[in-house]
Ligand binder design. Structure first.
Ligand SMILES: Nc1nc2c(ncn2[C@@H]2O[C@H](COP(=O)(O)OP(=O)(O)OP(=O)(O)O)[C@@H](O)[C@H]2O)c(=O)[nH]1
Ligand SMILES: [Zn+2]
Length: 210
């Protein structure tokens, strides 16, 4: 069991986590996608998800968004971050360009929703997003991307145009089987509530907002 303040670790067997379990066609406001669930075990309640355009061509350079779960932003539209709007934008682009959105269950940069809420509470006392993670005893960013590469391999995709502002996500592909041909920025207009968060990402975490 995870104790408060102790780093949690993501599933070690990333190859197993990229096992295809089920799929169905999902009509969204952006267009139709094939939703494919991947997990290490058949009964996993929080499998990783791939939303694949029905006419995606694996042999082409595929536009891919690797999106980290953010229940506050993605589902409830929280303005503390840019995730919700990035997800909508990514789905829009994937629908238009026959791309793929990989939805990784690494909430809170891998520390989970409970700890992310604790981090938010600390941020409300003046800490930034990095300091809050450290105060709780976590890495600044506990995410891994091997499973995303396994999912793309399962889809037969080898060359991608990656929708991200985070250079670390590109670096994560350096040693792997998938080639990132280029980065496509995914920049959302800031609002007052996420200005500080976005500034920290730009100045201290090296995110590229253009
Ligand atoms: N620990 C923590 N996680 C956060 C915070 N705000 C957002 N997140 C999580 O951060 C993840 C998104 O990471 P970001 O750093 O916003 O963006 P990114 O995915 O690295 O980069 P992009 O590809 O450009 O979106 C999601 O899992 C969110 O739940 C925060 O203040 N603390
Ligand atoms: Zn978010």
């Amino acid at each position: 069991m995870v104790q408060e303040g102790q780093p949690i670790s993501l599933p070690v067997d990333t190859a197993a986590a990229a096992t295809r379990r089920a799929e169905a066609l999902i009509p969204t406001p952006y267009g139709d996608f094939r939703m494919i669930a991947y997990s290490a075990t058949p009964e996993d309640y929080t499998p990783h998800l791939a939303l694949v355009h029905p006419d995606m061509k694996p042999d082409s350079e595929v536009i891919v968004r690797i999106h980290s779960e953010c229940i506050t932003g993605d589902l409830f539209g929280s303005k503390r971050c840019d995730c919700g709007e990035q997800l909508s934008r990514a789905l829009q682009i994937a629908a238009a360009k026959k791309g793929v959105v990989v939805y990784l269950r690494q909430e809170g940069r891998g520390i989970g929703i409970i700890n992310k809420l604790k981090a938010y509470q600390l941020q409300d006392t003046g800490l930034d997003t990095i300091e809050a993670n450290e105060h709780l005893g976590f890495e600044i960013d506990a995410r891994h991307y091997e499973v995303a590469q396994g999912i793309l391999q399962d889809l037969g995709v080898n060359r991608i145009q990656l929708l991200t502002n985070n250079p670390e996500k590109i670096d994560a592909f350096d040693e792997g089987p998938i080639t990132v041909v280029c980065r496509l920025p995914i920049v959302i207009d800031p609002v007052a509530e996420n200005m500080g968060y976005l500034r920290t990402k730009e100045l201290l975490m090296g995110h590229l907002f253009k």
